[in-house]
Ligand binder design. Structure first.
Ligand SMILES: O=C(O)c1ccccc1NCC(=O)[C@H](O)[C@H](O)COP(=O)(O)O
Length: 254
């Protein structure tokens, strides 16, 4: 598989940087907090189950928000977030493993590591509760899922097409994110989740990723079967706790 084929120049640049990055010196062993359980708890409490993302910048974001990641994550939890996602990619998203480490020490909800992990040693960069694996960029998806589980991580396998969902399910993924963002054009279309996720069996925990900005968007993704919503930009822009609360209460207010 040629991971760079047909992707936007920004993704080519992200992948080139990821290939250059090393991994950890020692194999990590994580005692993970359960992401699916945290999503279920939020739902049982009447909150929309949201994974709120600490996302300082991105190829499609104007400017940068370099606030203390711990303050941001704490405000997200105060706003009702079920879990936190932390970008660890430094060159295009302004993230860092240190930010994740600090956030995970400060909050008691599960923390997802959001990065472009391309080989097994890169799993050892930092401990997290869940780790993103992007199906499109991994030839040996089975091997990477197994390597993540051996370390104690819960792998969140990201897909964008029906074919990638088939690969994820064949590799025994039980936590699947459908990214509404097209990595060729970088635009978002919420109908991607509606179309792709419908083929997933009920026992798979489904996350709708990217492009969720309003309460209406959140309800739309939930009605399409999302067990959790991964939201970055709409939370990072402005008052973090208020933005998170507006989205976590979207079903109550409907
Ligand atoms: O967000 C970007 O600009 C981006 C560009 C290229 C590849 C990935 C990108 N985002 C990574 C993500 O997965 C999102 O940060 C995450 O799904 C949250 O999305 P959003 O709520 O739209 O910020």
């Amino acid at each position: 598989m040629n991971a760079s084929e047909g992707v936007a120049p920004a993704i080519e640049s992200i992948l080139a940087a990821a290939r250059e990055r090393g991994g950890g010196d020692e194999r990590v062993s994580v005692d993970a907090r359960s992401l699916p359980a945290a999503l279920s708890t939020a739902e049982a409490d009447g909150r929309v189950p949201i994974i709120a993302e600490v996302k300082p910048t991105s190829p499609t974001t104007d400017g940068r928000r370099d606030a203390d990641p711990v303050e941001l994550a704490t405000a997200m939890v105060d706003g009702g977030a079920a879990a936190i996602s932390v970008l660890t990619e430094p060159d295009h998203f302004g993230g860092s493993p240190d930010a994740l480490r600090a956030v995970r020490a400060a909050v008691d909800v599960p923390v997802l590591r959001k990065d472009f992990v391309l080989d097994e040693s890169q799993l050892d960069t930092v401990e997290a509760d869940a780790v993103l694996l992007i199906a499109r960029f991994l030839d040996d998806l089975d091997g990477m899922i197994a390597a993540a589980r051996e370390r104690g991580f819960h792998p969140l396998v990201e897909v964008h097409t029906a074919g990638e969902l088939d690969r994820a399910l064949a590799a025994d993924a039980d936590l699947v994110g459908v990214n509404n963002r097209d990595l060729a054009r970088l635009d978002v279309d919420l109908s991607t989740f509606e179309r792709v996720s419908s083929a997933a069996p009920d026992d798979v925990t489904l996350i709708a990723e990217s492009g969720i900005g309003s309460s209406e968007d959140a309800r739309r993704m939930r009605e399409a079967g999302a067990d959790g919503l991964l939201i970055g930009s709409a939370i990072m822009d402005g008052d973090i706790a208020a933005n998170t609360r507006r989205l976590t209460t979207a079903e109550v207010e409907a």
